[in-house]
Design a protein around this ligand. Sequence first.
Ligand SMILES: CC(C)(COP(=O)(O)OP(=O)(O)OC[C@H]1O[C@@H](n2cnc3c(N)ncnc32)[C@H](O)[C@@H]1OP(=O)(O)O)[C@@H](O)C(=O)NCCC(=O)NCCS
Length: 185
Amino acid sequence: MGKTILIETDNLLLRQFSLDDAGKVLQMSQEEGMCIWIPDQAYKDERESTGVLKFLIGQYPGEPAPQRRPFVLGVELKQTGELIGHVGLSPAENSVEIGYAIEENHQGKGYATEAVRAMSRWAVRELELSEILGIAAGENPGSCRVLEKAGYSLVAEKEKNMRGRCLWCKIYQYTQLSAGIIEMN
Ligand SMILES: CC(C)(COP(=O)(O)OP(=O)(O)OC[C@H]1O[C@@H](n2cnc3c(N)ncnc32)[C@H](O)[C@@H]1OP(=O)(O)O)[C@@H](O)C(=O)NCCC(=O)NCCS
């Protein structure tokens, strides 16, 4: 079955996951950056990645409602059709948080920025979200820089328990103003 493409950018398709992605999702999940920064998304085997994909795919029917349930898309490279990462919105801090990762092979090419910018703009326009939060550890400068380049503004810094580790975190915000939907008088 074809995968539904929701957002297209210059280089990427942000599209729904399918169960065929389980092997590649497992492989990407075991890379060093994932194990350090998103350890709860580092899977031990294909059974686990398949289970997670089943859950994410089960959230697709109906209007995305990231205030209540995760909405996560695969990031596919248009040129080759390869799955190279994910970008998604999930409930957090009484709001919605963006999450993202790009596989090592394709890092440093601007793809995370492209995916985060496109997903954020789409979500505030189409889902009419009033804000999206980006929460990154200060020690993860790549992640902070992605948010800054995608149009997020730093709104707070605080110590936060991130997946069992107490880390100094930077909290960024993306709004309708960031997306250029409303303008400041
Ligand atoms: C963080 C991550 C998503 C960046 O992906 P990417 O596709 O390489 O990012 P981009 O190419 O869009 O780079 C955006 C900016 O970040 C900078 N950057 C990327 N990695 C960096 C690093 N390790 N240190 C410093 N800057 C970095 C880039 O240089 C670029 O800035 P510039 O244009 O001013 O030079 C990727 O490294 C990753 O998946 N890491 C593991 C998972 C993760 O940390 N996710 C975020 C959790 S909050």
